[in-house]
Design a protein around this ligand. Structure first.
Ligand SMILES: [Zn+2]
Ligand SMILES: [Zn+2]
Ligand SMILES: [Zn+2]
Ligand SMILES: [Zn+2]
Length: 125
């Protein structure tokens, strides 16, 4: 059992229709876009997401590996989710770049603006 931090529902529960806490995606650059719903081009109307169990037409729980990136979808004219739309967790749009060196900051804390190396250096100064 895993509880989603965004909607407080059990992500492994059958019958969850949508993540009520994932109406929009907030990007590190401050922009917000409407989340892409799960709408695969296979299965029937009761098709559920194999990763986070929400139903067709619903929004994924954030972090689901089936969730498409709305920013990429804007760029590529691809409206249909997941055929051609890069995954939100891996496309890089959610990555925070270190303000010192530009490396990706490995942190869940959106206030963290430095990578580990630069944060250590800043501490030692
Ligand atoms: Zn999902
Ligand atoms: Zn959720
Ligand atoms: Zn993207
Ligand atoms: Zn850095």
């Amino acid at each position: 059992m895993a509880i989603c931090n965004f909607c407080n529902q059990d992500m492994s529960a059958e019958g969850t229709i949508t993540c009520t806490g994932n109406a929009e995606v907030k990007f590190p650059d401050g922009s917000k876009l409407q989340s892409l719903p799960y709408n695969p081009n296979y299965g029937d109307e009761n098709q559920t997401c194999h990763d986070c169990n929400i139903k067709r037409g619903g929004n994924h729980h954030p972090g689901c590996d089936m969730e498409g990136c709305p920013k990429c979808a804007l760029d590529s004219d691809v409206v249909q989710l997941w055929k051609g739309v890069p995954q939100l967790i891996s496309c890089g749009h959610l990555d925070i770049e270190c303000t010192e060196c530009g490396d990706v900051v490995e942190s869940d804390n959106p206030d963290m603006k430095l990578c580990e190396t630069c944060a250590l250096e800043a501490e030692n100064e």
